[in-house]
Design a protein. Structure first.
Ligand code: KG4
Ligand code: ZN
Length: 390
């Protein structure tokens, strides 16, 4: 099969990214422009600012990706772009630019689901390492700032199928990291800071009640979106992370931590790029214990529910991907627990765990082989589900 060079473009949230990937198995270039500096002072992504920043960055980011790949627009075989899910205005910037390029260059354009991209980040890197022997079915936990989803992923010839077997009822796990960090004045995004501070606290100091889903939806039982489930089918898995965020807030209020938090917020606002030592010097023991306990409880919940689903669906392989998959404790716990069950677990490297366009170009490759191209009138789909045949 001839090699295909695909130029991927990603703009679903706060990263403007472009990459060139060869045949879904080799990263030729991978450029990510993060907007963190723009959103940091607001403690979260501001959609209008995200669109504006994507508009500014998209042309240089794509040019850089081609230049780093020593490629030209003409040498690319196809373009791929994230269609959704994500922020509508942000998605539209990438889609409009990709459409314009595809039209002008007379190259095919492939629309990719962002969640499918996160799953293909793992596949891309495994192939790049020479591992072509993954055993199916795969259970993939996609855990990021916007998503906490479990998918059964299978490949039939070139076509990929995904079945959703679990999701969060409220906040995504990454969102809980971000909100807890914001509440404790630890900056944005919260995941990386909490990851670095947690080893300095006692993870058993604060007890959080396990997350309980109050009203399981019986229609959700069984075969996910395909609607073929019966009462004997394995149940869907529900995650919930708004409760633990509220529990952290209660702890802060009942332990009189508010004034120390405001003092930290004021001090940190004067430091342009705080280091881990800066954070540590501004956090007392109680705060570090709270951070460590929050991370321990969240990670334990993700690992426990994912492994329960792996057993229920009798999968052969586990993928853990998305921004939160960069978390050190999450990786360690998954590796320990999955190996006890003899289940191989794969993560993307840290740069490919968070949003990037290499994963979009990789997910597009099987569609390229199937001539599964996007019509020129396709548009952004902010709430785009991942399901069925790709
Ligand atoms: O995949 P991603 O870049 O964007 C979405 O698709 O949402 O994920 C970003 C999320 C943020 O919530 C961020 O706090 C979280 O991933 N994150 C982490 C870590 N690095 C990023 N969470 C925990 N530990 C980390 N090391
Ligand atoms: Zn993502």
């Amino acid at each position: 099969m001839a090699d295909a060079y695909i130029l991927g473009i990603e703009s679903s949230c706060d990263e403007t990214a472009a990459a060139v990937v060869r045949s879904g198995e080799q990263i030729i270039s991978n450029v990510v422009f993060s907007q963190i500096a723009t959103h940091q002072r607001y403690g979260g992504v501001v959609p209008e600012l995200a669109s504006r920043e994507h508009l500014r960055a998209i042309v240089p980011v794509v040019r850089n990706a081609l230049a780093e790949a020593h490629a030209t627009y003409d040498s690319i075989d196809a373009l791929a772009v994230t269609q959704g899910p994500g922020l509508a205005g942000a998605l539209l910037v990438g889609i409009s630019y990709a459409k314009a390029l595809a039209f002008a260059l007379e190259k095919p354009l492939i629309a990719v689901n962002h969640l499918e991209g996160h799953i293909h980040a793992v596949l891309l890197e495994e192939r790049q390492k020479g591992n072509h022997d993954l055993v199916f079915p795969v259970l993939a936990l996609v855990v990021s700032g916007g998503h906490t989803h479990l998918y059964l992923a299978e490949q039939h010839n070139q076509a990929w199928t995904y079945r959703n077997v679990g999701h969060t009822r409220d906040d995504a796990a990454g969102e809980a990291f971000d909100k807890v960090a914001k509440l404790l004045a630890l900056g944005y995004p919260g995941g990386p800071v909490i990851d670095r501070l947690a080893p300095h606290g006692d993870p058993t100091a604060v007890k959080f009640p396990p997350s309980h889903i109050k009203h399981p939806d019986r229609r959700d039982r069984g075969a996910g979106n395909s609607g073929q489930g019966g009462d004997d089918a394995p149940p869907r898995v529900d995650f919930s992370y708004s409760g633990i965020k509220t529990a952290v807030l209660r702890y802060v209020e009942t332990h009189g931590m508010t004034s120390a938090i405001e003092a930290r917020r004021a001090r940190l606002s004067q430091i342009s790029k705080p280091t881990t030592d800066d954070y540590l010097s501004l956090c007392d023991r109680d705060t570090l214990n709270l951070v460590a306990s929050f991370q321990r409880a969240t990670v334990a919940d993700l690992v426990e529910k994912t492994l329960a689903a792996a057993r229920a669906y009798d999968v052969a392989t586990l993928f853990v991907t998305g921004g939160v998959a960069a978390n050190n404790e999450l990786r360690r716990r998954f590796e320990e627990q999955a190996s006890l069950e003899g289940l191989p677990v794969f993560f993307p490297s840290r740069p490919l765990s968070t949003d990037n366009a290499a994963m979009i170009a990789a997910a597009a490759y099987p569609k390229f082989l199937l001539n599964d191209f996007a019509p020129m009138d396709f548009s952004a789909e902010a709430g785009m589900p991942l399901r069925g045949a790709s």
